[in-house]
Design a protein. Structure first.
Length: 135
């Protein structure tokens, strides 16, 4: 199935919260999550902050805990370039997530393998991403 990385993130997050019984159902969900996890590694890498930005965040948290407004402003000024680079990184990552299409193959569920207590919203998720085969 073709989908954007944004759709893959949505599907991954939706499936992670599923909590249903059924061996076949959970086996297929686990397989799908495994495949999505591989595809989403590129997203995790794109969103990972630089060492400099993590350093800034650490110092900023400390200044915030101390309620030191002067120190907070100094840090923002000192790390201005790093902050701007991070903002640009996040903008580029967001664009990549929205625009990049992936082709992912995952197993399908049969209607009879769905849990009897599945919610309508969860069924909509499975249907939207073509996880359920028509019998």
């Amino acid at each position: 199935m073709k989908m954007t990385l944004e759709d893959a993130v949505d599907l991954f997050n939706s499936l992670k919260r599923f909590n249903y019984k059924g061996v076949k159902f959970n086996y297929v969900i686990a397989k799908i999550l495994t495949e999505l996890n591989k595809e989403l590694e590129v997203v995790r890498k794109a969103l990972e902050p630089s060492v400099e930005y993590r350093n800034y965040e650490k110092q900023l948290r400390k200044a915030e805990q101390e309620n030191d407004e002067k120190k907070i402003q100094q840090l923002k000024k000192k790390f201005d370039k790093v902050i701007k680079e991070r903002e640009k990184q996040l903008e580029e990552a967001e664009k990549m997530i929205k625009e990049t299409e992936i082709e992912i193959k995952f197993p399908k569920l049969k209607l009879q393998d769905l849990p009897s207590d599945i919610t309508t919203n969860d069924m909509i998720t499975l249907t939207r991403f073509e996880v359920v085969e028509d019998d």
